[in-house]
Design a binder for this molecule. Structure first.
Ligand code: GLN
Length: 197
């Protein structure tokens, strides 16, 4: 059966996630079809959701204005897999910043741009729970989790959670779509051994 993956495409790193998901799907026995979500009406037909990085203030505003927010809520409530990266993690989390109207679907509080100016962008070999070898994690003006609530913490940098999982959602502060390594996309979207809470 063809799996349909929707990439939230109102703003941000859309094409990179499309390519990463296509390549990650090579390991799946099902063919994949990828749709870009620009307005309401696309996500309800999708099995998988990617919420890319970008500018969380803009993404959140467009998701609400476009009527996509309730569709994301329904997707998560139905237990369908989600990979949220960077601004996507901020979008799904609990709100603590007046400029971003978050969705409260993932039990995390995040600090935006948490790694400071001098480290606006960096790459590190990151130990991620569920992956055998370290993952080449690219951080760009990345958030960090300040309260991981009921989430399982999958990875930390300097003691701060940067990858979490809760129910059908895997969220990373870094950008797995910017490397050739597809293991995080596979872990989030195509592996049925997900721990549900
Ligand atoms: N700093 C951005 C924000 O707060 C997120 C950066 C990213 O997604 N690469 O929205």
């Amino acid at each position: 059966m063809t799996l349909v993956a929707g990439v939230l495409a109102v703003q941000g790193n859309v094409s990179e996630h499309v390519r990463a998901t296509e390549r990650a799907a090579d390991s799946s026995s099902d063919p994949i079809e990828i749709r870009e979500i620009r307005s309401a009406g696309t996500l309800p037909d999708c099995d998988l959701l990617l919420a890319p990085g970008g500018e969380s203030t803009a993404i959140a505003r467009l998701v609400h204005e476009g009527g996509i927010a309730p569709e994301i809520r329904a997707h998560v409530t139905a237990g369908k897999p989600v990979l949220a990266t960077c601004a996507g993690m901020i979008l799904l989390g609990r709100g603590n910043d007046d400029r971003v109207e978050t969705l409260d679907l993932l039990d995390v509080v995040v600090e935006r741009n948490a790694f400071g100016r001098q480290r606006d962008s960096f790459e590190t070999a990151l130990e991620v729970a569920g992956l055998d070898e370290p993952f080449p994690a690219v951080f760009i003006r990345a958030p960090a989790v300040t309260d991981s609530g009921d989430c399982e913490v999958l990875a930390r940098v300097d003691g701060r959670p940067v990858a979490v999982r809760q129910g059908p959602i895997v969220a990373t502060a870094f950008h797995p779509e910017l490397t050739d390594d597809r293991r995080v996309h596979r872990l989030a979207l195509f592996e049925s051994t997900r721990v549900t809470q």
